[in-house]
Structure formats: C-alpha cells, structure tokens
Write a protein that binds this ligand. Structure first.
Ligand SMILES: Nc1nc2c(ncn2[C@@H]2O[C@H](COP(=O)(O)OP(=O)(O)OP(=O)(O)O)[C@@H](O)[C@H]2O)c(=O)[nH]1
Ligand SMILES: [Mg+2]
Length: 217
C-alpha cells in the first residue's frame, strides 16, 4: 500500500470516529442480540486487558464504555453504533480468563462469547487484545485456536504500550507476529496501541475503514 492510500485511510478513520458514537444495546445472552445491521467488529481479550478503554480511546469518549480497575467489569455483549452512514458497530465483550469469577459465571460468559463469534454473519473481524507487558498467554492461545477452528477472522492488538520500553515493545510485536504465523485465521500484522497516549489509534481506525471497504465492495 502506498503512503497516500495510508494517509487517505487514516483521514477516513479519523472522520468516522470523530462522529457521533452511542451505546445501542446490551445482550446478556445469545437470545437477546440486536438484529444484524451493517458491519460489526468485536473486542475480545483477557479480563482487564483494556477492551473498554480501547473503545473509549477509538471514539474519543471518556466514558462510552465502562472501565474499571477490577477485572470482570464488562459482563454482557455491549454494542455501540457510529454515524448512520458509517455502517460500523463496535462490540465490547466480557473478558475471559478471569480467575476470581464464580465458575458458573465464567462458563456462561465463555459460552456466550463462543456462540456469538461463531454465528454472527455481520461480524467482520475480532480484535484480540493482548497486554504488551505480558504477550500471549496459554489462555489467549486457546482462544485463538477456537477462532481458527471457527474460521473467525481476527487481528491481535497489543494494549498498554505506554507501560513498556520501545525496544521491549518491538520485541513483543515480533514474538507475537511469529506466534501468529501458526494460526490460519489470524491477520499477520500486530498493532501496538495505548489508550492512555492514543498511540496506534489512527492505524486501528484505518484498519476498520479498510475492512468496511472490503466488505461493502
Ligand atoms: N497504562 C494503561 N492502562 C490502561 C490502558 N488501557 C486500559 N488501562 C487500564 O486497565 C484497566 C482495565 O481497563 P478496562 O478497559 O476496563 O479493561 P477490560 O478489558 O474492558 O476489562 P473487563 O471488562 O473487566 O474484561 C483500567 O484500570 C484501565 O485504566 C492503557 O493503554 N495504558
Ligand atoms: Mg470491559
């Protein structure tokens, strides 16, 4: 891709996310999902990795999605919708791998996440968030494997990049990309982001514009 296309995608992304974003729906179960419309992208990842914070940073809103220091904040599938002509929805997902939650609750979240990811035609991509300080853990690799099996297209996004040194970040990006080469449904490029500094947000927004254009072609 040329620099001018990149710049154009970044500008289109900026515009789309500068528009009006709002909460539209919370689904505690697979039976209560909103009717499919437009294109959806979902944010998955371990509890406390920064899914809700990333949605706030993308949309430039402090409290669109609820965040917390305590893991397990998001317990439903939360849908946000952008400008009407944009045709994009963001889905905030409950975190996985939250050890302190009651077992029955973990089982019901896991089942909700899996059913949603496997049966949603409007879902164009899952962004799998990984903490830049820790990299891929076993629980992440397990989730990636289930996405591969279900042929759910996903891309890894590192979060909290502000917490690691530049050289460490480069190393973790390279190690993660190398691990992803074994996963058939993974998008090869790894994005590094920080909701705190805004790093990586223009690139992530541009990636969603590219996705919208591919899907609407
Ligand atoms: N330093 C730093 N902290 C972050 C960043 N993103 C999120 N956090 C912090 O990480 C904690 C968890 O953030 P959330 O956005 O609530 O995480 P989540 O993945 O939605 O968590 P659950 O809904 O519980 O699964 C909060 O204390 C955030 O302030 C970041 O880019 N940098
Ligand atoms: Mg959350």
């Amino acid at each position: 891709m040329t620099d001018t296309t990149d710049a154009e995608l970044i500008e289109a992304g900026r515009k789309l996310f500068a528009g009006d974003w709002r909460f539209i729906w919370a689904a505690p179960s697979i039976e209560t999902l909103p009717p499919m419309q437009g294109i959806e992208v979902a944010f998955a990842g371990r509890s406390n990795v920064g899914k809700s914070s990333l949605i706030n940073a993308l949309t430039g809103r402090n409290a669109l999605a609820r965040t917390s220091h305590t893991p397990g904040r998001t317990q439903e599938l939360i849908f946000f919708e952008g400008p009407k002509d944009g045709g994009l929805r963001l889905v905030d997902m409950p975190g996985y791998g939250y050890a302190a939650a009651p077992k029955t609750k973990v089982a019901s979240w896991t089942s909700l996440i899996h059913k949603f990811l496997q049966g949603r035609a409007s879902l164009a991509r899952v962004y799998v968030l990984i903490d830049a300080r820790h990299g891929l853990k076993d629980v992440d690799t397990e989730i990636l494997k289930t996405f591969d099996k279900a042929a759910v297209s996903y891309q890894v996004v590192l979060t909290k990049a502000d917490q690691v040194k530049k050289t460490e970040l480069e190393a973790i990006v390279a190690a993660t990309a190398a691990a992803l080469s074994k996963h058939p449904a993974a998008f090869p490029e790894v994005l590094a982001t920080s909701s705190r500094t805004g790093a990586g947000m223009p690139e992530l927004r541009a990636a969603m514009i590219r996705l919208l254009r591919e899907r609407n072609r």
